[in-house]
Design a protein around this ligand. Structure first.
Ligand code: HEC
Length: 469
């Protein structure tokens, strides 16, 4: 059974906290030092799962103690984690500082073999570690390795229409399209002709996934012209949207789960959960959406319309009807999905995160300098204490209550180090995204604010409440 995004981000940040920016995941495992400085059992802030981190080699006990504190837990000095092989998926190995012989081994408890791929992805893609499976995960690794590319911010590009196509609705008859996962070109055209799939594929993890087991089923409905008409309409809507970047055979390593060319009937390549997202039975707001008027008339589920479809469309009701009919055909009812309220997995986990007070090394100093943990950052938000946590662009990344937001340019910008940024002062190579112009509102001494610092989009380093001295 497909669990979509859910299966992706199950492990993550905890292990990453001291990992320098820019190092790759899935590297060959070096021989690890025997010396155990201690271990730390904590709940991974990112995945919500418990894990155990062993500090190996050259850590001082103060460094290890502080690292554990940053994970909201207390270190056990000199002792190993010691979770039995049969009780854990495997270990995520981190080279923290080669020169100082500092390594970390994070034991990942659990026995559900179907989660191994996502555990590995969490370790390698998101954590920048290297996964070593136990027998629970068959002793072998699967799926994509390497690190996630830097998230490329959506770009709006206007192009002359393709030969043989009518003039576009943009300036001078051009066709204008957001290169964003929630973007769509004009109705009746193909996204791939006007938007950049290379950009889109940086905006969430891409990897091939086999279609649902029903993919090759014969389908008598294809003899019904009314059915075929709706089916073709849905396909043409998707062809105009960025979904094609991973959901067609043009995707570089093959399609991710469902795909447009799947036959006899492409819709059978979906699993029930994917269909329920199409029907709006599962809330997919967390994936982000443009308003229709900025996206060639296409939109999808938004905080204002939580029960809309996940598929960018010019006609939400028609799109949902198609998916509802498909679910009925498969014998599925709305209440079958009552335990899957939200569909965007880790994106929802980030969005719904409720901060607590910062530890002392995460703060805004009296001189306005910002301090965070976990390494260099690309995104910094300072928000009202009551603001919700940021999600993905274009509509969830600047929550109400944001006072200041700066972005490091994804093309050339160098990530920012803790202590190098002063509130309201925009460093070179960095764009102030909020406020659109001018200085942000001054911070008040004694007041609490929400400091949210990210390594990259949906990859938080520090997210906690600071009190201004
Ligand atoms: C960058 C690649 C990428 C893009 C672009 C993309 N997807 Fe996906 N999608 C995936 C991957 C990978 C999976 C499979 C996840 C898994 O099973 O681990 C997936 C799975 C799905 C599923 C099935 C989820 C489930 O649990 O069964 C739906 C529905 C879906 N995508 C909808 C969309 C829509 C709608 C768009 C366009 C707005 C889109 N996707 C764009 C990569 C992508």
């Amino acid at each position: 059974m497909r669990k979509g995004w859910m299966r992706l981000w199950v492990v993550g940040l905890g292990g990453l906290l001291l990992w320098p920016y820019g190092c790759g995941g899935g590297f060959p495992i070096p021989p690890l030092p025997e010396k155990v400085v201690g271990h730390c059992i904590y709940k991974n802030a990112f995945s919500g799962m418990q894990e155990c981190k062993e500090y190996l080699g050259g850590w001082t006990s103060t460094e290890a103690t502080n690292d554990c504190k940053n994970n909201n837990s207390a270190i056990v000095i000199d002792k190993k984690c010691g979770i039995a092989d049969s009780e854990r998926y495997g270990d995520c190995i981190f080279i923290v500082d080669k020169e100082k012989d500092k390594y970390a081994r994070v034991e990942l408890p659990g026995k559900d073999g179907s989660r191994c791929g996502s555990v590995q992805r969490g370790c390698e893609f998101f954590g920048g570690g290297s996964f070593v499976p136990t027998s629970v995960c068959g002793g072998k690794t699967t799926g994509p390795t390497g690190t996630l590319p830097i998230f490329q911010q959506p770009e709006y590009v206007c192009k002359a229409p393709k030969a043989g196509e009518p003039p576009g609705k943009g300036p001078n008859g051009q066709v204008c399209t957001w290169s964003a996962i929630s973007g769509a070109t004009e109705e009746g055209r193909k996204f791939e002709d006007y938007g950049s799939c290379d950009m889109v594929r940086t905006q969430r993890p891409y990897y091939p996934v086999p279609p649902n087991s029903t993919a090759k089923d014969e389908d008598a409905r294809l003899k019904d012209p009314a059915y075929v008409k709706e089916n073709e309409w849905v396909k043409s809507q998707i062809r105009a949207a960025a979904c094609v970047c991973c959901h067609t055979t043009n995707a570089p390593q093959g399609p991710s789960n469902w795909y447009l060319e799947s036959g006899p009937n492409w819709i059978n390549s979906f699993g029930p959960r994917g269909l329920a997202m199409g029907a709006g039975w599962i809330d997919t707001v967390g994936f982000g959406a443009f308003p229709a008027e900025k996206n060639n008339g296409f939109t999808r589920a938004t905080p204002e319309n939580t029960n809309h479809t996940a598929f960018p469309t010019t006609d939400d009701a028609r799109m949902r009807r198609f998916f509802e009919a498909e679910l009925a055909y498969r014998g599925k009812k709305r209440e079958d999905f009552k335990d899957e309220k939200y569909g965007a997995g880790p994106l929802d986990t980030q969005r719904f995160y409720v901060p607590t007070d910062c530890t002392p090394d995460q703060r805004i100093a009296a001189d306005g300098k910002l301090y965070w943990i976990g390494g260099a950052a690309r995104y910094i938000h300072v928000m009202e204490a009551t603001a919700s946590s940021p999600g993905v662009p274009p509509n969830l990344d600047t929550p109400k209550g944001t006072l200041w937001r700066i972005d490091v340019d994804w093309k050339q910008g160098k990530p920012l180090e803790s202590g190098s940024v002063t509130y309201g002062v925009v460093p070179e190579g960095v764009a102030q995204r909020f406020p659109a112009e001018g200085k942000p509102k001054p911070l008040e001494s004694g007041k609490k604010y929400y400091l949210y610092v990210q390594k990259d989009i949906v990859n938080p380093l520090t997210r906690c409440l600071v009190t201004i001295p």
